[in-house]
Design a protein around this ligand. Structure first.
Ligand code: NAG
Ligand code: NAG
Ligand code: NAG
Ligand code: NAG
Length: 333
């Protein structure tokens, strides 16, 4: 009896110590206690992505987002159709978009917005710097279904073919929804290096892949499933690190167009400076080996014939450079 009391005290003490040391960890980001699968299906099990946010405008789901702190959510700048804070509600711990008796979204919390900060250099034509921070009007309590993700620090490296996951409620365009009951979707997608991605986007005219962007996806996978503002997340050890914010793509293209995300690591300083002292969990994601993208040759522009033809026109048609380049990349591939 005495022994078991001592044992009990000991266990309680150990539990308290474990809880204490957990609480001291920076923001406790990137932990999904209920995400136990190595390979997933299409519908995410409840709690698999506890930082996934459903961003609602005027009562309708508009975009995805991520919880990065008990009082901060990150999404894409292009999601912000209007900065009137009263029109926005953020749903955390949500599983399906159609709440009913059968799908009660029992772990969900809805929160209003206190402020919206769009990146000052957001370019609405090129979708460059497509990032936005929303401050919740009250902090949320973390549960197994509501937890923050870690953000890729500015020292992070993502090589071509790094395996990550995209999650969202799967709208194809801004207003095209999934069939009922609209469960959160997940899809495994490989990172596509910026050289290759730039090359693949050449024929679309006007889409420019910048260093503030990261691409991911492969033919027939991922292109329909993403959700603007939602995360591209990669697991390192036991932690999930957000690499990207879903920005644009060629929806459901037959092939050759990975999805384009805002590169989270490029916004390390901007995020730190705009969360008003809140501690955000930044983690450095590193890829091993060498990046095969470094040696990627874009055949559309390196063809000698094309370069030669182009050089003839070069001095005369400066204004039409883009036009000619596009024509050449078409005719040479
Ligand atoms: C976006 O960038 C392009 C190219 O630099 C520029 O011409 C355009 O004016 C910019 N648009 C906005 C809305 O900032
Ligand atoms: C990038 O990775 C993909 C596999 O995800 C591969 O098919 C492709 O060849 C790689 N690109 C380069 C330039 O190595
Ligand atoms: C990375 O971000 C931190 C925090 O904003 C900053 O102090 C540091 O200078 C940045 N490093 C680089 C290489 O940009
Ligand atoms: C580019 O062209 C070379 C030579 O024709 C070929 O070996 C290579 O596979 C091509 N690369 C791509 C990415 O199509």
């Amino acid at each position: 009896m005495r022994f078991s009391m001592i044992l009990l005290c000991f266990i309680v003490m150990m539990l308290c110590m474990a809880a204490g040391s957990n609480a001291e960890r920076l923001n406790d980001c990137g932990i999904a206690p209920l995400n136990t699968r190595i390979v997933g299906g299409i519908i995410a099990l409840p709690g698999s992505w506890p930082w996934q946010v459903s961003v609602h405008f005027n009562g309708r789901p508009t975009c995805g987002g991520t919880l990065i702190h008990s009082q901060w959510v990150m999404t894409a700048a292009h999601c912000i159709v209007l900065t009137d804070i009263n029109k926005w509600t953020l749903y955390l711990g949500r599983e399906t978009q159609m709440t009913s008796a059968a799908n009660p979204n029992a772990n969900e919390v809805g929160v209003g917005v206190q402020s919206i900060t769009i990146h000052p250099n957001y370019n609405s034509t090129l979708y460059n710097n497509d990032i936005c921070l929303m401050k919740l009007n009250q902090p949320v309590t973390f549960t197994n279904y509501i937890r923050p993700i870690c953000l890729a620090s500015n020292a992070s490296v993502f090589h071509n073919a790094t395996t990550c996951w995209a999650t969202g409620w799967g709208r194809i365009g801004k207003y095209e929804a999934l069939p009922a009951p609209q469960n959160l979707q997940e899809v495994e997608v490989p990172v596509v290096g910026n050289r290759q991605c730039t090359c693949q986007y050449k024929p679309t005219e006007g889409d420019i892949i910048t260093t503030q962007m990261i691409c991911a996806g492969e033919a027939g996978k991922g292109v329909c499933q993403g959700d603007s503002g939602g995360p591209l997340q990669c697991k390192q050890g036991s932690l999930w690190v957000q690499a990207g914010i879903m920005s644009f793509g060629v929806p459901c293209a037959t092939e050759g167009f990975p999805e384009v995300y805002s590169r989270v690591s490029e916004f390390h300083t901007w995020v730190s400076e705009n969360v008003r002292g809140a501690e955000i969990g930044f983690v450095t994601y590193l890829s091993s080996g060498t990046d095969t993208d470094t040696n990627f040759k874009c055949n559309a522009t390196v063809s000698n014939v094309c370069t030669l033809t182009f050089s003839h026109f070069y001095h005369f048609i400066i204004i039409f450079t883009t036009l000619v380049l596009n024509f050449l990349s078409y005719s040479c591939t």
